[in-house]
Ligand binder design. Structure first.
Ligand code: SAH
Length: 221
């Protein structure tokens, strides 16, 4: 929550400056940029960090995790959007709810979003931050997203906010036929990667750019 005296952060102008920065870095999809302009990122960070909420940086959210950098949220959403035929009807799995910020952005762009988080305290924080926004097409679930979320499959896209050494096989199994995965892959050097099937059904990986995400862990806590 933002203290009443901090009204500057509520202004659209502050968010628009952040959006302009993201645009300069190369995200051009108008749908993504307007979703970024609409979701108030300060709602998803600790009040002590609120003055930095519209900087284009990751920030700590507790449990050793971070809210993703706005540019990376935007780039990931743009990659998913470009590959999904009918976003308004698409069902998306986000792995790593964290603060809930990226989930809120994704829910503005796709028909249905399920976001899974392995750390219970973070999920509770995300739920509290999201509640006033009343986003009807977003569902938060608890569990180890390295196994996907079989109960919600098939997904038109699986978007990961945590980096593994490889793409977990269950993600491929839980994709719709034309579905795609957008995920950071690698340990020391992570590459934002798009994984999709080619016309013959073989998996193709396309590395987009170097990124810095927290690690994809196993189990729950
Ligand atoms: N999209 C989030 C990013 C949070 S950081 C945001 O905008 O705030 C990545 C998150 O992934 C962390 O909260 C971490 O706990 C979670 N995570 C890591 N491994 C996971 C797994 N196997 N299943 C579910 N969540 C996982």
């Amino acid at each position: 929550m933002i203290p009443a005296g901090n009204a500057g952060l509520n202004s659209r102008r502050v968010r628009e400056r952040m959006v302009e920065r993201v645009r300069e870095l190369g995200v051009r999809d108008a749908r993504v940029l307007s979703a970024l302009a609409e979701i108030e990122r300060h709602r998803f960070v600790d009040p002590a960090l609120a003055s930095r909420a519209y900087d284009d940086t990751a920030l700590p959210i507790g449990a050793g995790q971070t809210i993703s950098q706005p540019y990376v949220v935007a780039r990931t959403a743009e990659l998913a959007l470009q590959s999904v035929a009918d976003p308004a009807r698409a069902r998306i799995l986000e792995v790593g709810t964290g603060s809930g910020y990226a989930a809120a952005v994704l829910a503005r762009l796709f028909g249905e979003v399920i976001s899974i988080e392995r750390v219970r305290s973070l999920q509770e924080g995300a739920r509290a931050a999201l509640r006033p926004l009343r986003i009807a097409n977003l569902r938060l679930v608890s569990g180890d997203g390295a196994m996907g979320y079989a109960a919600g499959a098939p997904f038109d896209a699986i978007v990961a906010a945590a980096a593994g050494d490889e793409v977990p096989p269950s993600w491929g199994e839980q994709l719709a036929p034309a579905g795609i995965i957008v995920a950071p892959i690698g340990r020391d050097r992570q590459l934002l990667t798009v994984v999709a099937r080619d016309a013959r059904g073989a998996w193709l990986q396309r590395a987009i750019e170097e990124v810095r995400f927290v690690p994809l862990k196993r189990g729950t806590e």
